[in-house]
Design a protein around this ligand. Structure first.
Ligand SMILES: [Zn+2]
Length: 312
């Protein structure tokens, strides 16, 4: 389809523009999806790799699914160049792509979401100084237009009210995460003549305030901190808490998030530091998943606790 540039409004908390009432909430109705009552709302998460859906926003995902929101995860790449991060697993690299598909299927079932692959090839994380060039044909190296086209189709077909992605830095500087940001923003704009997404949020999963709070709580309770290896870098980062517009309480679903993450067995050590801090402690210290409202066709009325604020 032709690429049509469309202006979207980028909102900054406190300087928001007038609402356009009711847009993005058409097509509501109730139907039974996966045995649950569908409440008519649709949420699309766009992720770079299999496992990102489990490590970013997974507890709020499980909560929204339980409420009857249709949630679709769109995974841009197959994660073929991911390292094996579980020391307990021996994996033939030739089988990596197939294994990651099987892991993803388990995570999708645990979270209760719909899932689509866009079919692009993982770019890998370039390591070295200077970093090596990106492999030919990978997601971050191909034309932006080519990389965006299938997501435009996904948005027009699924008609999400809310879309999530990573911020302009990718959350962390993996080329596929930065490309996922670019592709999502372009696809939302270019789908707008046929489907206007009401809001776009960035995951702010590992912002400084939260990581420090969880790190300190882990040490205070005598657990290994999941963030011990990063803490020097994190302390040097500027405070980024002003970016958080939306804190979604979802602690009841932290254990579902952990199960989804463990489904990606090649990517996580189930006895490792990620799971060292018990969910009971995490829920006391930081019971929310946090997001930044990046685009909205609705007015922003100050701090939110729901990605569908104004849409219900
Ligand atoms: Zn990733």
């Amino acid at each position: 389809m032709p690429i049509v540039p469309v202006m979207v409004r980028v909102v900054h908390p406190g300087t928001l523009t007038a609402p356009s009432s009711g847009r993005g909430v058409v097509g509501r109705g109730t139907a039974r999806i996966f045995g649950r009552v569908n409440n008519g709302l649709r949420l699309m998460h766009v992720h770079a790799h299999p496992d990102d859906e489990a490590s970013k926003g997974a507890a709020s995902t499980a909560m929204y699914v339980a409420q009857g929101v249709r949630v679709r995860v769109v995974t841009c790449t197959g994660g073929e160049r991911g390292d094996i991060l579980n020391p307990g697993l021996m994996v033939d690299p030739e089988h990596m792509a197939q294994l990651r598909r099987e892991e993803m299927a388990r995570s999708v079932a645990i979270l209760g979401v719909e899932h689509e692959w866009l079919g692009f090839v993982d770019s890998g994380f370039p390591e070295g100084d200077p970093p090596p060039p990106l492999p030919d044909g990978c997601f971050a190296a191909i034309d932006l237009e080519e990389a965006t086209a299938p997501l435009i189709e996904q948005i027009i077909q699924f008609q999400p009210h809310v879309v999530t992605t990573y911020d302009e830095h990718g959350g962390y500087p993996h080329p596929d995460h930065i490309r996922t940001h670019e592709v999502t923003m372009a696809a939302v704009a270019q789908a707008a003549p046929l489907w206007q997404v009401s809001k776009v949020y960035y995951h702010q999963t590992f912002h400084k305030q939260k990581v420090l709070a969880l790190h300190e709580a882990a040490l205070a309770h005598g657990y290994e901190s999941p963030y011990a290896q990063w803490i020097e870098d994190i302390l040097r980062r500027p405070d980024d808490s002003h970016r958080i517009t939306t804190r979604v309480p979802c602690a009841d679903y932290f254990t579902v998030r952990d199960e989804a993450l463990k489904a990606h067995a090649t990517q996580i050590d189930p006895s490792g530091h990620w799971f060292a801090l018990p969910a009971e402690v995490a829920r006391e210290v930081w019971p929310t998943e946090d997001f930044e409202l990046a685009i909205s066709v609705l007015p922003y009325d100050g701090p939110e606790d729901d990605l569908f604020a104004g849409l219900r």
